[in-house]
Write a protein that binds this ligand. Sequence first.
Ligand code: SF4
Length: 331
Amino acid sequence: MELVCPAGSMTALKAAVDNGADAVYMGFRDGTNARNFPGLNFDLNEARQGIAYARNRHARVFLAINTYPRPHQWGKWCVAVDQAASLGVDALILADPGLMDYCAQTHPDLRLHLSVQGSATNHEAIDFYVRHFGVQRVVLPRVLSLTQVQNVMKRVNAEVEVFGYGSLCVMVEGRCILSSYVTGDSPNSSGVCSPAKAVKWEESASGRRSRLNGVLIDVYAPEEPAGYPTLCKGRFEVGGKVYYAMEEPTSLNVLDILPDLFRAGVTAIKVEGRQRSPTYVAQVTRTLREAIDACAAGPEKFSPKGAWVEQLDKIAEGRCHTLGAYTRPWQ
Ligand code: SF4
């Protein structure tokens, strides 16, 4: 299985490549990609340098243009596709079918991957993209159980990439409107969930409060680690109780099911986190590289090393991990 790692900056790209990523994924510095945060991403010149750095070290570069263009900005997304083609990226990660059509017509030799934002969860949906646009790889949303992934794998006619580590986005991906409901900016069209300009921290007698556009997301006790205020991971009062009503802040980690994914024929394991630091990217890449290689050498005898779990938990959200939707004991 390939290891596909996040490159939110040039230093993160180098950290991923130097620590064993088979491929990195990046975006342009605007709302055409779903991680449009200040200080992240690449302009054309940096993208060119990043691609050269990766190529010289035998790593591939995918470029995400995975937000949905608004009608009046259609041209901007097409320009991004043209620029990616001129850079010679190894694949484009797209979500919008119109943009895929544009790319298939205009740059027929450019390899297409269906973004997680495309939310294709069954083989019929995936076949649609393969048939109409020649999509060669699909990134599965993080809402499928392992059994569902295995079932998709039996029938699908494209490479499959699944998330292996990082923050969870619990809604049907590409369709979450929580952020736009509260801030007016959505991950789906402007590439940002919880835009930094809407985030506010306040000290209060009850603890440190985080707000998003005035909406209280959480209150942290004095020594409690505070996460970035994301609506799906806030503690809210429901029925008189305050708790993580939608999702607990924790990181996905598939070490326990790596052999199952390998045997199912999954092509690539993806690491979430273009917003993360180069140190984080280096640590996750190094650990998963070791784990994937060990799994490929002997899936039957593979068992996650305690040190790998410990290293990944240290940098995980809430310092703990989950298999997320992969495990559904009640099903
Ligand atoms: S609010 Fe949560 S579920 Fe919605 S896009 Fe943001 S991270 Fe994903």
